[in-house]
Design a protein around this ligand. Structure first.
Ligand SMILES: Cc1cc2nc3c(=O)[nH]c(=O)nc-3n(C[C@H](O)[C@H](O)[C@H](O)COP(=O)(O)OP(=O)(O)OC[C@H]3O[C@@H](n4cnc5c(N)ncnc54)[C@H](O)[C@@H]3O)c2cc1C
Length: 384
């Protein structure tokens, strides 16, 4: 990938900066972290603004409703929106960053026309129903079953850790459609309405006190067969596409956010005298180098994804592994700079520090990413 920006890309950047400077001051105040209906309204309103201005689904293919922008333009978009302090995708996370791209890559023309425009407009929110009480890292052992009844599946089982379930309209749901097949072969990927009869959502409280995710109980929920993405029992392959988006590109905007946080931390250290400590300065310097390297890796991953038809490769696991640890180290350094303030739960720093702990678990734990790197990138033998 050519890392130098062309004149056209710089023009794109300038136009975007101008637009951000014009619209951001008019945004309402951010809702509190636990105000989920408020957060949904805020995040979807921002998504609608992006859509109306032609910035929604920037890098999605044009025939999936996107703008067909180059990977570099997409990265410029992420960089500039973060630098300007624009809202994050937030509640739209699953729809925009992995369910939508999966449907764009694997869905039929009708499915793409049905589900993608509302995601891009911010009209519909998605959540992810993959994990179960006994199927997290070992996802293929999932037990939620779907029994065919005419042109419907009847789905029963339990999901857990379903982020944003409380405010979602749709769920990307993994179910077992053939209990007799080898575990990886009898799975299907369904789009399920969250207001369908038989769906019960029970919020779970996180370490930071917020109700970020939920348990989901499914009792004979009827899902039309036409809501299946990919062939029946071929859901594991479709899931690998979803996970490659989740690990490969879904976190890229956050790297820029971490660089902004690091700059704020350095400023705070300079103001409170912490900067005089050479050990702390070295620590912040190393983090700066780490996030710069991660940004370069991001550019490489996005470019690779584009050249392989839009689906990211296993390089995303390297990124996910390093990024999730670097994020934790960033908030550890913050605790050192801020002292007692870092534990003050009324300050965003404290909540971000607690939530940074979850990054080495969500979207596949670090151990699992290491397995993937060892087996699929380095070609080492599989463990017993
Ligand atoms: C903030 C957050 C949001 C999440 N959101 C969602 C969501 O929206 N939807 C969803 O479906 N899920 C979600 N999850 C769930 C997440 O994907 C799982 O927690 C994750 O896959 C780990 O599974 P587990 O919790 O069952 O742990 P387990 O699989 O039980 O693992 C326990 C420990 O054993 C290790 N381990 C397990 N197997 C191996 C192995 N083969 N080799 C080496 N080590 C191993 C793991 O690395 C881990 O340290 C979320 C999780 C978090 C933290």
């Amino acid at each position: 990938m050519d890392l130098a920006y062309t004149e056209a890309e710089e023009e794109f950047r300038a136009r975007l900066r101008e637009w951000l400077a014009a619209v951001l001051p008019s945004l309402p105040a951010k809702p509190s972290p636990d105000d989920w209906p408020g957060r949904r309204a805020y995040d979807t309103a921002w998504q609608r603004m992006l859509y109306d201005a032609g910035y929604a689904g920037l890098h999605w293919p044009v025939d999936a409703g996107g703008q067909g922008a180059t990977p570099t333009q997409h990265l410029i978009f992420l960089e500039e929106t973060e630098k300007a302090g624009a809202p994050y995708v937030g509640a739209n996370f699953v729809g925009l960053l992995h369910a939508g791209p999966t449907i764009a890559a694997e869905g039929t023309a009708e499915q793409r026309a049905r589900w993608l425009p509302p995601v891009l407009r911010g009209d519909e929110i998605w959540c992810q129903g993959f994990s179960e009480p006994d199927a997290g890292s070992d996802l293929a052992s999932l037990r939620t079953r779907a029994v065919r009844d005419g042109d419907h599946y009847v789905v029963s089982g339990q999901k857990i850790w379903t982020s944003h379930a409380e405010v979602a309209d749709w769920c990307e749901l993994l179910v077992r459609t053939d209990p007799t097949a080898p575990r990886h072969r009898g799975i299907s990927w369904l789009a399920m309405r969250m207001d369908a009869p038989g769906v019960t959502v029970r919020p779970l409280r996180t370490l930071a006190g917020s109700t970020e995710f939920a348990e989901m109980f499914l009792d004979e929920v009827r899902v039309p067969v036409s809501h299946r993405i990919g062939a029946e029992n071929d859901g594991w392959r479709v899931t690998m596409v979803t996970l490659s988006f989740e690990r490969g590109t879904a976190f890229v905007g956050e790297v820029v956010a971490c660089r902004r946080t690091l700059a704020a931390l350095a400023a705070e250290a300079q103001a409170n005298g912490g900067w005089d400590d050479p050990v702390l300065r070295r620590r912040l310097g190393r983090l700066n180098a780490e996030f710069r390297a991660l940004w370069r890796l991001t550019q490489w991953n996005v470019s690779e994804a584009q050249s392989s038809g839009g689906v990211p490769g296993t390089g995303g696991s390297v990124f996910k592994l390093r990024y999730s640890h670097a994020r934790q180290e960033l908030y550890e350094a913050a605790a050192e700079v801020l002292g007692a303030d870092a534990a003050d739960l009324d300050r965003e720093w404290a909540l971000d520090r607690l939530s940074s702990l979850s990054y080495t678990i969500a979207a596949g734990t670090s151990q699992i990413q290491r397995n993937i790197v060892a087996e699929r990138i380095l070609g080492l033998p599989k463990g017993r």
